[in-house]
Design a protein around this ligand. Structure first.
Ligand code: ZN
Length: 368
């Protein structure tokens, strides 16, 4: 039932839980170490009586848990009353021929392409949670495994990807894929490839775009989310995501929207964060040309209702919130905010439609 997955434990409970097996369930859940992030997948649970409910109530009162429910689950109201973070599983992929009626009902498949595990949260987490909750199929693809160190081996290489899976579960994402690359790093010099791995920045754009295009075709994707040309704040891997995303869109004809932030408030925010010492390195020149000017933004998605999902996804990246990396204090501060305040601060996400060509009214709907 419980599958240990590095720093994250996913416990899938299937079938019927009643007075005859509730004690077994309590025993199994009790064995999961308290310091691990716990995702409780109840999407295939068919029956739960009061004994089973009491077991879940106890575990939810003891630790933070992300609960995955099937769409329309009767447990949703109970889970909300218990104050836990819930997310829905997306519909399973269907063979291409059967998928048209799904498109006719306005359902779509959205592929979000990101550079590293954790990038999916801040720029697109609310959007992904919102569209998954509305019944669309959401897929996350990361180019890199989140590991720069060439000496990393074994489980250390999986740690960030495991966190990504937990984050994706909190957002209701149906599938997570890694294109197979290592991080390129952010310095002035390109580092050599680590043994047995290729850094994203060292791989030809056409090779990476070919892999992404294959995935877009296999998913029969309607929309690709990528990055703006500046790669946000100019990280080499983020700029490369823009290039690879644009090329894959060209190869497949899939519509692309580029995740970004309005540049003007970002410049102000970075000044404030620097004063608060929440960012250590800071290059005003880079920030001044970061993300996209407000006038270029075509889509502004209201994600305030998904603040809890987004915060849970952020918290799933434990190595970032608990680590010593330079973004760790910022991650910790964000993950600790109460949901309503987090919603105010991170309640909107922004996209540029590179095909729109000019300024237009911003839309709250990705389908047009
Ligand atoms: Zn990144």
């Amino acid at each position: 039932m419980a599958q240990l997955d590095g720093h994250v434990t996913t416990a899938t409970i299937t079938g019927e839980i009643d007075v005859t097996n509730a004690d077994d369930l309590a025993g199994s859940l009790g064995e999961i170490p308290g310091e691990q992030a716990l995702v409780l997948d109840l999407s295939t649970l068919s029956y739960l009586d009061s004994a089973g409910f009491a077991v879940l109530d106890r575990i939810l009162s003891e630790r933070p848990v992300v609960v995955v429910l099937a769409p329309g689950s009767k447990l949703r109201r109970a889970a909300t009353l218990m104050g836990c973070t819930t997310t829905m599983t997306s519909p399973r992929p269907k063979p291409p021929r059967e998928r048209r009626p799904c498109h006719d009902r306005g359902m779509a498949t959205i592929v979000a392409f990101h550079a590293h595990p954790d990038d999916e949260v801040l720029l697109t987490g609310g959007t992904l949670a919102r569209f998954a909750a509305e019944g669309h199929r959401v897929v996350i693809v990361v180019a890199c495994d989140g590991i720069v160190r060439p000496e990393a081996t074994g489980p250390a290489l999986r740690a960030r990807l495991d966190e990504l899976h937990a984050s994706a579960a909190a957002l209701g994402v149906a599938r997570v894929e890694h294109l197979g690359y290592a991080d390129t790093g952010h310095g002035s010099r390109l580092s050599a490839d680590p043994p047995g791995r290729t850094r994203f920045g060292n791989a030809p754009v056409d090779e990476s775009a070919g892999k992404l295009a294959d995935l877009l075709r296999a998913e029969d994707a309607d929309l690709l989310l990528s990055y703006d040309p500046s790669g946000g704040y100019g990280h080499r891997d983020h700029v490369r995501v823009h290039q690879v995303g644009a090329r894959a869109a060209e190869l497949t004809g899939v519509r692309v929207l580029e995740a970004t932030l309005p540049r003007e408030p970002v410049v102000r925010l970075f000044h404030a964060l620097r004063v608060l010492r929440l960012v250590r390195r800071y290059d005003p020149q880079v920030i001044a040309t970061s993300y996209s000017p407000r006038s270029a933004i075509t889509h502004r998605i209201d994600v305030r209702r998904y603040a809890t999902h987004k915060r849970a996804a952020l918290a799933a990246h434990r190595s970032q919130t608990h680590g010593t990396g330079r973004a760790a204090p910022l991650f910790r501060a964000l993950a600790a905010l109460p949901a309503p305040i987090f919603g105010l601060l991170l309640g909107r996400e922004w996209f540029v439609d590179p095909a729109s060509g000019s300024t237009r009214t911003t839309s709250d709907n990705l389908s047009h």
